[in-house]
Write a protein that binds this ligand. Structure first.
Ligand code: FAD
Length: 232
């Protein structure tokens, strides 16, 4: 039995935006993310307005600080009856032949869905460098675990190297993150499919490699639009 029509892994900008837009259209969505305290949390105050019709536009404003945006967005996500936001780490895809039917989690339970969307951001094999310290983290103080990346590698997916810098701000020193994104040939931009497997989709930074918060929100809305049409 399926737990959700759509299961989204990663509660960043793209994944949250897609989950919210789908739930508002009546689709039953699971939004699984490894830390509820970093849902919809930017690295810097919001630099530009969110796209029309987005959660970013609904709760955000230019210059809004990270924690305020996070708190407001999370409140909306949790208030959406068709959306189940929960904390868990996805470690492996559950397969039936070449079809993805859910994910395994580090905590134990499998979460099943007819469509699985990976919205993993900068958390595929990241290395964060701050001063002399190197951590396995996709952002400051948010650890990344290698399991899902290793599973994707074993399934034959290929990746490319990416790099982003965060400037020093408010007494926090600057830092940089190296991470992987899916190789361009793995992802079909029009349909969001990660074509190597059925029922698997990629969204946001983990397939685009680079981009802004507003772009990630737009991509989330675009995925929701596509899925809503396909799911009737
Ligand atoms: P994210 O927002 O990164 O969200 C991904 C989520 O998935 C995370 O919460 C993570 O915990 C979760 N996750 C990952 N793997 C798993 C798993 N296996 N199980 C469960 N949960 C998982 N853009 C700007 O516009 N302005 C900036 O200043 C800016 N600075 C950036 C700095 C850095 C270091 C990086 C890497 C990117 C920056 N970007 C910036 C680019 C981009 O807009 C952001 O990275 C944006 O957060 C990407 O959105 P996303 O939804 O794709 O992923």
């Amino acid at each position: 039995p399926m737990d959700y029509q759509v299961l989204i892994v990663g509660g960043g900008f793209s994944g949250s935006e897609a989950a919210y837009a789908l739930a508002c259209r009546g689709v039953r969505v699971g939004l699984l993310t490894q830390s509820l305290d970093t849902v919809y949390l930017p690295f810097t105050p919001l630099p530009e307005p969110g796209p029309e019709g987005s959660l970013m536009a609904e709760v955000g404003a230019v210059g809004m600080k990270g924690w305020e945006l996070h708190a407001k967005a999370k409140y909306r996500l949790e208030g959406e009856p068709q959306l189940h936001l929960f904390q868990s780490s996805a470690t492996r895809l559950v397969l039936e032949g070449r079809r993805v039917v859910g994910v395994e989690t580090w905590e134990g339970p499998r979460r099943m869905a007819s469509r699985v969307v990976l919205a993993l951001g900068s958390f595929l094999m990241p290395r964060l460098t701050i001063g002399d310290v190197v951590e396995e983290a996709g952002r400051l103080s948010e650890a990344a675990y290698p399991d899902l990346y290793e599973n994707l590698l074993a399934l034959g997916f290929s990746f490319v190297d990416q790099h982003a810098e965060v400037a020093a701000q408010d007494g926090t020193p600057g830092y940089s993150v190296r991470y992987k994104s899916f190789a361009p040939a793995e992802w079909e931009a029009e349909s969001f499919r990660l074509g190597r497997l059925e029922g698997l989709y990629g969204l946001g930074l983990c397939v685009l490699g680079q981009g802004t918060y507003a772009r990630m929100a737009s991509e989330g809305l675009r995925l929701a639009e596509n899925f809503a049409v396909e799911l009737g």
